[in-house]
Ligand binder design. Sequence first.
Ligand SMILES: [Fe+2]
Length: 130
Amino acid sequence: MTIKLNHTIVHSRDPRASADFLASLFGLPAPVPFGPFLDVQVANEVTLAFLDAEGMEIQMQHYAFLVGEAEFDQIFGRIQGRGLKYWADPGQKQAGQINRHFGGRGVYFQDPSGHLLEIITRPYGSFDEI
Ligand SMILES: [Fe+2]
């Protein structure tokens, strides 16, 4: 099977702010302009292409990232250091907490446009190590 997700468009109120937010929070290279987009690429070569919503109502999307334990520490440290709100659950009820699903750690937070981002150290369905 050679089909891989290659890129997705992230509609943003301010694409520069959103792309910089993600790149700096995750410790990724600076966003790269490509046409009307600001591209941020993650390790499995998926590009998040930030695009100005140009006044359109932004439909909240959910983007989840699998990270290593050390990366979780770094990213979560930045989340806390910046005073961002975070939740243990996608319903955003368990504020100020992380979850321990599948024997790992997970946390949800919002990007500047209100998209719900998630970092996890174990993929969903990793029942073997619970
Ligand atoms: Fe998720």
